[in-house]
Write a protein that binds this ligand. Structure first.
Ligand SMILES: [Mg+2]
Length: 196
């Protein structure tokens, strides 16, 4: 099956950002739950108050975000090969728009958290397949975290590529791990070569 679309995660994948999730979880007191699900389970006024805390951290991190080294070239390659690009993030549409404009990036489909479809559920990836009219086997997921792997697994997308320097963290997961965008690009180029 030909590769027709790469579904990207945003934070830590397309852009390098610094989040101290341990500190954020502690400040929100998420009790071991995933942050978004925890926040949504709260009652007012706690709910709004804690959402604001998360949004403050996200805004600060987004303002300091940098395009991941080699990512611009990788995205250009996909453009040249006619491969579609989708962006799926648990971050807000506002922060997505800020980063796309700042780094002059374009995606064929963007799913942000206002969709209500959040990783690690496979639902946002399924929404991409539906919107672009693609089969699972025609897509691959590029992310940086366990959430990306779990969401791809749930959506049934077989090819998962992770950009992360800590390969050990993904040792038991169905994903290939790369330490740089350049290394990932080589892998994709190989994959495209084999399609010929
Ligand atoms: Mg990420």
């Amino acid at each position: 099956m030909k590769l027709k679309c790469v579904i990207f995660d945003m934070d830590g994948t397309v852009v390098d950002v610094t989040y101290d999730w341990g500190q954020i979880r502690a400040e929100l007191d998420t009790q071991g739950k995933s942050i978004l699900f925890y926040l949504n389970s709260l009652e007012e006024p706690d709910k709004s108050k804690k959402w604001k805390v998360l949004e403050r951290y996200e805004r600060q991190a987004t303002e300091k975000a940098r395009l991941k080294p080699g990512m611009g070239r990788f995205l250009d390659l996909l453009n040249k090969k006619g491969i579609k690009k989708a962006l799926v993030t648990n971050n807000s549409q506002k922060n997505v728009s800020f980063l796309l404009e700042k780094f002059n990036l374009e995606f064929d489909c963007v799913i942000a958290r206002e969709s209500g479809l959040w990783k690690p559920s496979g639902a946002p990836f399924q929404a991409v397949l539906k919107e672009l009219g693609l089969k699972k086997e025609e897509c691959c997921v590029v992310g940086d975290s366990h959430f990306d792997v779990r969401a791809a697994e749930e959506a049934g997308i077989p090819n998962v590529f992770i950009l992360n320097e800590d390969k050990e963290r993904f040792a038991s997961m169905p994903a290939e791990v790369f330490s740089s965008a350049e290394a990932l690009q080589k892998r994709i180029e190989n994959l495209l070569e084999k399609e010929k």
